[in-house]
Design a protein around this ligand. Structure first.
Ligand code: SAH
Length: 488
């Protein structure tokens, strides 16, 4: 049996794109992933199908026991020969207990690597528009805990050295003890007017900030009910904060979108929404299995209807493999969607929309197994026909873990259904998260691409707020921008 291996990885502060390339590569090959509460659940979407996901969210009162249990689990999985990833928020060596985990692995001789990450003190500050050092405002920077294992939880540190020797201080886990922290800094010689910036949920759509100074911030935090996870940045650099940071100014900042998906891969639209600053969760996740080596003939048909670009690719691959010259076929080619038509035309054949189909009794439909099952009505509409399955889109069940965590963290305020099929798939899957169309509609606004999709959603019990009349990326972006503008 191959020996197991453990990667202790920093996931970065939240934005999934802030994970290192090395960390990402390890995550993609992992058999088991043990992840923390502060890790963005969206990162789990890049694990391989079938990977085991273990949530290690800390229960405050069982802190010690949990850490030992986690160490034991790391060792156990590694000894079973697995590739294990321990995924932690920020950097694993900054209040991430990576030292304890590494020691446990050393003790039993398990090989491991530590992959650094962007720590919240830097990530959250930068996304709030504040650099932690600046030639005019701060020459030194310290990372300090706002909570430790002393009986009161109030950190035992060299307050005098900190108050007078360091320009910028980032306190972690410090919200509860903030009155004590400010008091100590002032008492030990720091100017009460020193600017302070708090950043909660830095680098993700939930990011919130609060500004004040050492004398006022504790009261403000209480009034605003500001809570963890938050970084408290103390120092002159904090005055560089503007009303909105570059991150908060992005047009779709603050939007948390669940985007219905029916096939493998990321959609172009979802990528665009992410670029505009939205948090996008494409759900569920699929892997495509092509149907190979099946016995097919194409010469008996005068119409071939393609139900997805993948079906088009499959068809042309079959022609190549069976050495059939396209010119020997007499059939017209129809596409059930714009994308399918485009795919047909990329092979220099004419693609005709299905609604322009004429009568025929020699019809072949090519689509996925899922489509055949889900779209019975459409299927029957074609009357007498043969059907070839080009591929099957299989749902990867572990994306329900991600969905569950996303919903628990209240990270869905908009649901986008690009097709009636997406409505059906999402509704079917979401049951695993104990959600219904009604409960989802209470959490989020529903946007549908076109009336057919909206009807499917309404029929299943969703409350639909927006129906895109001209279903396109452009119109979706426009609607979302309007929603954001109204809420700001
Ligand atoms: N290893 C982590 C820190 C873990 S301690 C890192 O390097 O960032 C947990 C504390 O980190 C939280 O209480 C909070 O103070 C801070 N934190 C983590 N993620 C954060 C985020 N996205 N925004 C603000 N603070 C965060």
């Amino acid at each position: 049996m191959t020996k197991g291996y453990v990667y202790l990885i920093g996931a970065g502060p939240g934005d999934v794109r802030l994970m290192t390339v090395k960390g990402q590569q390890c995550l993609e090959i992992a058999d088991v992933v043990l992840y923390d509460r502060l890790v963005n659940p969206l990162l789990l979407e890049t694990t391989k199908p079938g990977a085991e996901l273990v949530y290690c969210g800390k229960l405050p009162d069982r802190h010690l026991l949990r850490q030992e249990a986690i160490n034991d689990l790391l060792v156990k999985y590694a000894l079973e020969g697995k590739q294990v990833v321990r995924l932690k928020g920020g950097d694993p060596s900054v209040y991430g207990r990576v030292g304890e985990e590494a020691a446990a692995l050393e003790e039993v001789g398990v090989s491991y690597e530590i992959v650094p990450g962007i720590t919240a003190g830097i990530g959250a500050s930068t996304y709030a528009g504040v650099p932690v050092t600046h030639r005019d405002h701060g020459a030194s920077f310290a990372v300090v805990t706002g909570h430790d294992k002393s009986p009161t939880g109030q950190p035992i540190i060299d307050w005098k050295g900190l108050a007078t020797g360091i320009d910028t201080i980032a306190f972690y886990m410090g919200v509860k003890n903030l009155p004590y922290i400010c008091e100590q800094l002032i008492e030990h010689g720091r100017d009460p007017n020193t600017p302070v910036l708090l950043v909660q949920w830095g680098t993700v759509g939930k990011q919130k900030t609060l500004t004040g100074d050492l004398a006022t911030i504790a009261e403000l935090v209480q009034r605003e009910k500001f809570s963890n996870p938050a970084i408290t940045l103390v120092g002159d650099v904090a005055k560089l904060r503007t009303k909105e940071s570059w991150f908060e100014r992005q047009p779709l900042f603050g939007k948390h979108i669940l985007f219905g998906r029916t096939t493998e891969g990321r959609s172009e639209i979802a990528k665009e929404l992410t670029k505009l600053g939205a948090d996008v969760f494409e759900y569920p996740r699929f892997v495509t299995r092509e149907h190979l080596d099946i016995d097919v003939t194409f010469h008996n048909y005068d119409q071939i209807i393609f139900h997805s670009p993948k079906s088009v690719d499959w068809f042309f691959a079959q022609l190549r493999e069976k050495r059939i010259d396209i010119r020997s076929l007499q059939s017209r080619f129809y596409g059930a969607s714009q994308k399918s038509i485009k795919a047909i035309e990329s092979f220099a054949c004419l693609g005709i929309p299905v609604h322009e189909m004429i009568e025929s009794d020699k019809r072949l439909v090519i689509g996925s197994r899922n489509w055949e099952e889900r779209e019975q009505k459409r299927y029957e509409l074609y009357g007498e026909h043969d059907f070839y399955v080009s591929h099957t889109d299989e749902i990867i069940e572990q994306s329900n873990f991600t969905c569950q965590r996303i919903l628990e963290e209240n990270r869905v305020d908009t649901i986008v259904f690009p097709s009636a099929e997406a409505v059906k798939v999402v509704t079917e899957q979401i049951k695993a998260c104990q959600e219904t169309p009604d409960s989802l509609s209470k959490r989020a606004e529903v946007i549908c691409f076109g009336p057919e999709t909206a009807n499917a959603a309404i029929e299943l019990g969703y409350h639909v707020q927006h129906v895109l009349q001209e279903p396109s990326k452009l119109e979706l972006v426009k609607v979302l921008k309007d929603i954001v503008k109204q809420s700001r």
